[in-house]
Design a protein around this ligand. Sequence first.
Ligand code: 5GP
Ligand code: 5GP
Length: 226
Amino acid sequence: MGKVSIMSKLLVVLCLSGEAFCQSDDFDFYYFVQQWPGAYCDAKGRTCCFPNTGKPSTDFSIHGLWPNNDDGSYPSNCDSSNPFDESQVEELESRLETDWPSLACPSVGPKFWAHEWNKHGTCSSFSSQKDYFQASLELKDKTDLLQALKDADIIPNDEFYNVEDMKEAIKEKIGFYPWIECNHDSDGNSQLYEVYVCIDANGRDFIRCPVLPRGNCASRVQFPKF
Ligand code: 5GP
Ligand code: 5GP
């Protein structure tokens, strides 16, 4: 038996004996990214459309769970033979509608989930589409961003807040600093748009972010109503 064959047999045995060995090592951690619908919808030059289930609740919603490397690079579109298949997430669909709505126009419905699965989910460590979406929903519950901010008296009331205070409030809840991305409204105000938190390669636990995306927030930013 050749060396390669022995190695692959060993890998199979390790995989069967414990999930940890089976993790893909094609990436190092995840960004779990949530968007503030108020900032998506009133961004300069953009319109937004509500899903056919109506206006989403006044809460952060999921943008995606993205495999990433410590050097800032990331894999994408890793498996074209396993495209998004709505029937695999049927049981989660009502929660996905609530917690992972698309606000793009014209209303794209499940296409947003399809885009996220095909681009990012296929590079993840989850063995099924259902597991990937389920884990993302659990991470949203665990992060509970709106409550974390509320606990520090930071609320979506069109007022301006220090970005650093927002980060502290979230760290208070999850133990690690998040990253905050901003966009601009039509008056040119910098506003809270997306919150990135870092998750270990199992897709379950918060970690300190190994690398941060580029930032574009002013030091004080608006938290728009929605
Ligand atoms: P944007 O250019 O709008 O920031 O990002 C466009 C898209 O590229 C994102 O929605 C996401 O799919 C991907 N992307 C941007 N930055 C990152 C990153 O740092 N890590 C990963 N994994 N994906 C990213
Ligand atoms: P990314 O590659 O940036 O993760 O994926 C964003 C893609 O999903 C874009 O093509 C964008 O038009 C589409 N999309 C659909 N609905 C939404 C939404 O509610 N928020 C964001 N950020 N992108 C959305």
